[in-house]
Design a protein around this ligand. Structure first.
Ligand code: ATP
Length: 254
């Protein structure tokens, strides 16, 4: 057990017909660290993300985030509590501009009926703050020149950056990244890595799923290995990645 876990899950299972996609006895992540969740295709990593963030419902299990019981919470509520995630296949809105995609991630949506009509000055102030924050993040993620372009015109890698930037609009406590490096061109990879490391420096906890072993070795403080829905190993990257059993199980599937 870790000294100060931000997410703690117990007995979480998810079955699809005859397949048990997730069967996790115990899982926890330490606050302020970078944890990598690795494992072969079909191990259950994405399903586990979906369960933790309210995008899917488990058959059994309990988990707490920042000390709060999270069962039966909808994704929007989970995000409001400070746990946000990105998707393996990005969910950017192609027909909205890059800036508007960012504003969709804002805690209070400018234009939200009640808020907008009842307190116009407050709404305008909030909108201005949201735009400033969005632009600062776009600057940081090297997308500022694209802010008025349709998100549909971005490359796969730029969409990943946009999704990560959008996730940060809420100042989350925990960011869960599903394969942040997949489809990102090599030139952008280093800056993406730097961004993730800087999140840790700012006190944000990061959990990421990744097949890129180099990335895991470079930035993870802790590695958890999943196979057939179960946690099969965990520890510091060096000891986990050099464990022959892990190498066999993990690399065997590639
Ligand atoms: P990858 O690395 O390929 O993304 P993963 O570790 O994220 O894999 P999951 O996508 O979570 O694995 O899949 C775990 C298992 O659950 C697989 O056998 C998959 O086919 C199954 N599965 C996932 N979602 C569903 C679903 N909606 N309906 C049926 N089976 C599903």
């Amino acid at each position: 057990h870790k000294p100060d876990p931000i997410l703690v899950a117990d007995n979480v299972t998810r079955r699809f017909g005859g397949i048990t996609a997730v069967d996790v006895d115990h899982f926890e992540i330490e606050r302020h660290g970078i944890t990598a969740l690795i494992g072969p295709n079909g191990a259950g990593k994405t399903t586990f993300f979906n369960l933790m963030t309210g995008f899917d419902t488990p058959n059994t299990g309990r988990w707490t985030f920042d000390g709060q019981d999270m069962a039966h919470m909808k994704p929007e509520r989970v995000a409001r509590m400070g746990m946000v995630r990105t998707f393996q296949l990005t969910k950017v809105m192609s027909r909205l501009t890059v800036l508007d995609n960012m504003l969709l991630g804002a805690p209070v949506q400018p234009g939200e009926g009640m808020f907008r009509s009842l307190v116009p000055p407050l709404w305008r102030k909030q909108e201005k703050a949201n735009i400033e924050k969005a632009e600062a993040l776009l600057e940081r993620f090297l997308l500022i020149k694209k802010k008025d372009d349709y998100a549909g015109s971005l490359s796969g890698g730029q969409r990943k950056l946009l999704e990560m930037a959008r996730a940060l609009m809420r100042d989350p406590k925990l960011v869960m990244l599903d394969e942040p490096m997949a489809g990102v061109n090599p030139a952008l990879k280093q800056s993406l890595l730097d961004h993730i490391v800087s999140l840790r420096e700012e006190g944000t906890t990061v959990l990421f799923v990744e097949h890129d072993i180099n990335m895991v070795r470079h930035i993870a403080d802790w590695v958890t290995v999943m196979a057939e829905g179960r946690i099969v190993a965990e520890g510091q990257p060096k000891s986990v990645m050099d464990d022959p059993a892990v190498v066999d199980a993990y690399l065997g599937a590639h």
